[in-house]
Design a protein around this ligand. Sequence first.
Ligand code: ATP
Ligand code: MG
Length: 395
Amino acid sequence: MNDQRTILIRYDEIGLKGQNRKYFEKILLKNIKRALPGDKGIVYRIPRGRIMLDLSESVATACADQLSFIPGIASYSVGTSVNPDFDEMAALGVQWIEPLLKPGETLRFCVRARRSAKTFPATSPEINFEVGSRIMSRLGEKGLVVDIKNSDFTLEIEVGNNEIIMFDNRHPGLCGLPVGSSGDILCMLSGGIDSPVAAYLMACRGCRVHFVFYDNQPFLGRGGYEKVLKLSKIINRYQGRAKLFVVPFQDVQVAIRDHCKEENRVVLYRRMMYRIADAISRQYQLQGLVTGESLGQVASQTLENLAAVTCVTSMNIFRPLIGMNKEGIIKEAKKIGTYEVSIEPQPDCCSVFMPTRPVTRSKIPVLERDEEKILLEKLQVEAIANIETIYLDDL
Ligand code: ATP
Ligand code: MG
């Protein structure tokens, strides 16, 4: 076996694109290049419908692992180039399969060839047969059987214009669209379980997700800030180039506590969060807001209370978790690596000065009258003026 490897990257939804497929391919390629080290002599190619990377064996596994963090990839495989010779192909197959055989046990296998260039003289079924039967003649007596439907081991052969690559592995990607192909948006990130998952789901829809955190350090300490830094860093690994805006929120909360009706507090805090997120989005030309809200999960997430926060902005609002239950959200959080950080105990600013009976069916005119009692615009302008902006790639 030579010490060169080729990684084959299969697209997810880009494969369904027509006219503008090149646009998506280019963005995915850019994202891959950004995620992989620049000094390892990797050669990038885009033969039709695929991205391929030629690189040395010593860096192949580490580079392949990085690909599992990049949205837009359906799957990827690390492969080895072979000559257009059935004996040579079968010999490599034997080399891979033989160590998997155990005395007294059967191993089901199949060969799957795919011809992206029709210049190769044999068809895919012919290649499967030629390579498969050669391997069987060597290993059939050691327990190897052919099973096309339920194979334990699939030998894949990709036949291109001037090359043949063989694979003994296929790893699932994150699927979806490449980050940046849809545009930039802003996620309200709280430090809880839900909002990081919401951000991640939007990244997989091609968005670069920036973050805003409403911080109440004087009352809650630095714990929330540290937690959100960690969470946004984890999500940024899936996308890169995101910003985190930290908004000092204590003055807003104190004003609402001191002047507005106790039962309305949580919804009023949240209306301020939405207004400030709206202003940040406009300043940075972001095209929507994302939250981790899920219908009915807590008092602030009833239909009435969601309407009461939605109406303060005309931005797109994305709530990718709206129809999910907590168990499903937790499963996602574990998968993306945010769960362990999210469950570190730390109160969120929404629970500061918590009313004993928060309103579940708020009426917008009632909230508006309550807001007349505070210097809403002044508070908003001051909070925005004191935003800390963090470039997550720099951390
Ligand atoms: P999470 O698990 O994401 O904290 P939650 O179930 O605790 O959500 P809420 O506290 O009502 O629900 O918050 C709903 C959403 O509001 C969050 O998912 C998040 O998008 C946003 N949010 C709440 N608190 C903050 C905060 N301090 N900073 C930024 N966004 C927040
Ligand atoms: Mg929360």
